[in-house]
Design a protein around this ligand. Structure first.
Ligand code: NAD
Length: 354
C-alpha cells in the first residue's frame, strides 16, 4: 500500500512523513517543489529507506501528478503543499494564489480523473485529505467562543484567503464529483524542523545569537498552539476514521498571547543556556510596528474530533515547548543548513533545483 503526500519536505509535511514511516510499512511518495520552505535535510534519515520515494515537482503539474498516481496507485493523497507564511503573502500574494488556489485545483483535477478510473473497491477506499488552517475563520474578540466547524470562512490575509479558497474547492469536488475528501483546519503548529521565519524558531534562534526578539504591536495577539506531532496524529486519525466530506478542527486548547510565548521561551533558555554576562534573554525583546490587518485572536474548538474520532493532543504547551527548545539546541547543524547556502548546495547535488 502507498500514500502520496504533497509538501512533505516542509515543516508539518516533513514531520508527518517521519511520523508515518515510524508507524507504517507503507510506501510514502513525497511530491515537493522545494521552495525556500522545503528542506530535504529534514528527511535525510530516510536516505536509505526505500519506503520513501521523493519526487521533486509541483502539485500544479498535471502530467507529473497523473503519472505518479497511475504508477503508485496510492490509497490516499494528503495535501500539505502550500505557501504558508502570512508576512510573505502580504508582500507578494501571487505565489499564494498560484499554489494554494490554482495548484489545489490542478491537484484535485488530477486526482479526480485518476479516481474516476479506479475499480469500485479502490474508489470506495480512496481518500483525499486537505490540510488547512484555522486562519480561514478570520479573527475573534476576547470573549468570543472558539471557532467550530460551523463558523463562516472570513479570511483576512492573502494567505488565509487563498487557503479558504482551497477549502471551498475541496468541498465542491466532493459535492459535485463525489471525490472522497476530508479537510482538517488546524491551529498554529510548533516543534522540530520549523523554518526559522516563524515566531517560535525565530525567537529561539535570535535569542541564542544575541539578536533582538521582534514582537508585533503590543504582543497580545492570541494563538492556539499545537505540537506538530499531535497534528500528525490528528491527520492519521481523520484519514483512518473521518466521515467523507466532513471538516475537522484540530487544536491544542492552548491559547497564548504571543508575548507570553516569547517570555516562556526566554525563561527556558535562561535555565538551559544561561548567558555568561548574567543578563536575561527577555532583555532582547523589542516591540516593532504591527503587521497590517493582524488578526487579534484565533481559538479552536476541537471537540468534534474528540467526540467523533476519539482524538486528543498528547502534549501540553509546557511539555511541547520544552521539547522544541531542546530540539533547536541539539540540532544546530539543521539550523545552519537551512539558514545558509550550504543546504541549497547540498540539495543541488542530490536533486536538480533551479
Ligand atoms: P511549509 O511552508 O513549511 O511547507 C510547505 C511545503 O510545500 C514546502 O516543502 C514547499 O516546498 C512545498 N510546496 C510549496 N509549493 C508547492 C507546490 N506548488 N507543489 C509542491 N510542493 C510545494 O508549510 P507548513 O507549515 O508545513 O504547512 C503545511 C500545510 O499545513 C499548509 O497547507 C498550511 O496551510 C497548513 N497549516 C499550517 C499550520 C502551521 O502552523 N504551520 C497550521 C495549520 C495548517
Amino acid at each position: 500500500m502507498t500514500i502520496l503526500v504533497s509538501g512533505g519536505a516542509g515543516f508539518i509535511g516533513g514531520n508527518f512523513v517521519l511520523d508515518w514511516l515510524e508507524r507504517h510499512h507503507e510506501t510514502v511518495v513525497n511530491l515537493d517543489k522545494l521552495t525556500y520552505a522545503g528542506n530535504l535535510d529534514t528527511l535525510k534519515g530516510l536516505k536509505d529507506d526505500n519506503r520513501h520515494v521523493f519526487v521533486h515537482g509541483d502539485i500544479g503539474d498535471r502530467e507529473l501528478v497523473s503519472d505518479l498516481l497511475s504508477m503508485h496507485r496510492p490509497r490516499a493523497v494528503i495535501n500539505f503543499a502550500a505557501e504558508s507564511h502570512v508576512d510573505r503573502s502580504i508582500h507578494g500574494p501571487g505565489d499564494f494564489i498560484q499554489t494554494n488556489i490554482v495548484g489545489t485545483f490542478s491537484l484535485l483535477e488530477s486526482v479526480r480523473s485518476h479516481w474516476d478510473g479506479l475499480p469500485e473497491n479502490e474508489k470506495q477506499a480512496f481518500r483525499f485529505l486537505h490540510v488547512s488552517t484555522d486562519e480561514v475563520y478570520g479573527t475573534l474578540s476576547k470573549n468570543d467562543a472558539p471557532f467550530n466547524e460551523l463558523n463562516r470562512h472570513e479570511p483576512n490575509s492573502p494567505y488565509s484567503a487563498s487557503k479558504a479558497a482551497s477549502d471551498h474547492l475541496v468541498r465542491a469536488w466532493h459535492h459535485t464529483y463525489g471525490l472522497p475528501v476530508l479537510t482538517t483546519n488546524c491551529s498554529n503548529n510548533y516543534g522540530p524542523y520549523h523554518f526559522p521565519e516563524k515566531l517560535i524558531p525565530l525567537v529561539i534562534l535570535n535569542a541564542l545569537s544575541g539578536k533582538s526578539l521582534p514582537i508585533y504591536g503590543d504582543g497580545q495577539q492570541v494563538r492556539d498552539w499545537l505540537y506538530v506531532r499531535d497534528h500528525c496524529s490528528a491527520i492519521r486519525r481523520v484519514l483512518e476514521a473521518g466521515t467523507v466530506g466532513e471538516t475537522y478542527n484540530v487544536g491544542g486548547w492552548n491559547e497564548k498571547p504571543n508575548l507570553d510565548v516569547v517570555h516562556t521561551i526566554c525563561a527556558i533558555l535562561d535555565k538551559l543556556r544561561p548567558k555568561a554576562d548574567g543578563s536575561r534573554y527577555s532583555d532582547q525583546i523589542t516591540f516593532v510596528k504591527d503587521r497590517p490587518g493582524h488578526d487579534r485572536r484565533y481559538a479552536i474548538d476541537a471537540r468534534k474530533l474528540e467526540r467523533e474520532l476519539g482524538w486528543k493532543p498528547e502534549e501540553t504547551f509546557e511539555t511541547g515547548i520544552r521539547k522544541t527548545v531542546g530540539w533547536y539546541l541539539d540540532n544546530q547543524d539543521w539550523v545552519q543548513n537551512v539558514t545558509s547556502g550550504a543546504y541549497r548546495e547540498w540539495v543541488g547535488k542530490q536533486y536538480e533545483v533551479e
